[in-house]
Design a protein around this ligand. Sequence first.
Ligand code: SF4
Length: 751
Amino acid sequence: MKTPASEFSESARRYTADLNHRHFIQKALAGYYVKRDEFKSRFQSWSGARDLASEIKWEAINHLDRYLEEFASKIEARGVKVFWAENAQEARDYIVKVARQNNVRSIIKSKTMTGEEIHLNEKLEEEGFEIVESDLGEYIVQLRQEPPYHFVFPSMHLKRKQISDLFHDKLGAPPTNEPEELTMTARRVMRQKFCAADMGITGANFVVAETGMISITENEGNSRLTAALPKVHVAIVGIEKVLPKFADLALFLPMLATAGAGQSLTCYNTFYGAPKLPGEPDGPKEFHVVLLDNRRTQLLADAEQRDALHCIRCGACLNVCPIFKNVGGHSYGTTYQGPIGSVITPHLRGLQNWKHLSQASSLCGACTEACPVKINLHHHLLHNRRNAAQAKPTLAERIMYRGFAFTMLRPKVYQLVTELGRLLQPLRSIIDGTVLDPLRPWTKTRSFPPVAEKSFRDLWRERPVAQVSKPADLSGLGNRERDCQSETKARPEEPSERERASQSPISKSADRTTTNLNETHADVPKAKNPSTSRESILARIREALKISAPHPANDTPQKPASPEQWLPPVGKTVDEQIDLFHQNAKALKADFQICTDLAAATEFVKTLAAREDWKKIGVHSGELTNAVVRAVGLPLVNTDNNYSLDALETCDAGITECESLIAQTGTVLVSARRSGGRALSVLPQHHVVLARRSQMLPDLTGALRQVQEKFANQFPGLLSLITGPSRTGDIERILVLGAHGPKRMTILLVG
Ligand code: SF4
């Protein structure tokens, strides 16, 4: 019978032997390393940013009950329905119920790993719904009927020829070698799906307690469309995604983009806090957030490994992992691949069935080094190995560990064994890797290290005597005993195992770990008489948090510093900031134009419309847009009046105003209230943004602070940071613009 471990071994062997695959993956990641390092070096201190990110996540996870309740009460006050799901089944059933209540037929979905985790697509298809993945990489693997290869780059293992053949077979598209043509094929198909879908399902990268919002990070614009066009929006989010403050995003968004994709900021970072609100032109009528536990509280209860819940799913640990690059993402057989998957899957799906993943590591520590929130990944792999062996040792482990302990506790036996090993050394080279070799499973693909000619004891005996001070009272003993005794006496008396356990919080957590090892939910602390899933999850969280986890700053909590201290520096004057914005926009392939006044801006737009042969434009009412579009003289679709999606979709350009421009990253901040709703800035092919010089802000921290002050508790349903035109790298990591959102972006600065 096949087990996850045997399937892993079989698949890993196959992929490792495939040199083409290994070369292709290494090549695909080569560009990522260059870009990641470039953007990391722009931080004033990447390591300072990591420290701060780690402290913020520690605060969030170690007060999870409080922050989740704050989030839920804030977002519910704006008409969002929050459902607390204890497990996959509850989450799936709730989503099906919502779909039935709204007479949904077709569903569009943007990438959500929690959706993969609960096998949502299978359930919805089984229930008769049409469900389409809108992220290009996810769409490709959906057509191939296979799981994502990597939780950030789902189709990174596929060559363009394979994708071309797939699109030819499934969509009737002509064969092509051009990633751009392939992307446009998917865009055309998807546009119809977006406009026809009754329900949109997304995940979320962060949940902000302070403002009651979810934050979604993406490059293509498909999540924007998924959350904007259908009449119902459902977001599925793991309970660990919480951040305490809105301002925390100023640190986490650039870190996520840098570590995960080698970008300063991904193209769209969007905050949703409500369904369509009064006075907003569009948006879903219903917005549901499903907060998913699904054994996350089990991991929370393990104080030693609790920091694994700090993960922001950037994928950086996969990208640097030598095992991932050789065995490939599909070998893991898990929703979350690579080092983080190997750490958390045993908690989420059962330690004994998934303990083999902890062995799939060279323990080189590259993952820990790469992690932007400083999760101690390679040590957690060791913790899992220890926990698995403690909880249910196999016969071989039992024999091995007992033999090891027996030998190590008896110096004479130890010496005999090492000498035997040296004597039998010549035999080793004869039987190495053959059927006679008792270590064959291991030595088939590895070399057994030779026994050293001299043991540590030999070397110790032979050391020059002058280097050690002679103990005064041990003259009656032989050399070896003398050394051992002096070592023992020099050490202070150590506490017993039991004493240690009662003193150290880590030891307490280790005890806890031992009781959490079985694979059933029974080990998760239960609420006394929980009346709802919400109460039950909160009770489990509170129970789990009774054991404290070590603070990242060595148990001495410090006041977190401000993110500005670590993020890329920005010039002080407005002119310097405009220059920086211009440079950033150019690097992002967005056009930037300074117009001295409104008349110049109008002239510019007229020329642009003539050059690109615009026939129809989408607009909204605003001081700048009114003046400019009146003079352009083209048919308009005004989103402030009742508009049809089909009409807006056929517009050549969408002209909007914005809340602010951000020099640090070349970003435009739009809102549902000030920028003509949710669809206008993402549906037409060309997005033109009009802004005043006074709207230029130096950095993301300032921009978030400004909207927070401006809107207080009256946030619009959507705030979106747009950093360049829509893009994808899902086909051989080659950049293509206009994956789903606008292919072009022009920013006009007036004044
Ligand atoms: S463990 Fe760290 S590096 Fe890996 S995905 Fe999570 S945040 Fe990124």
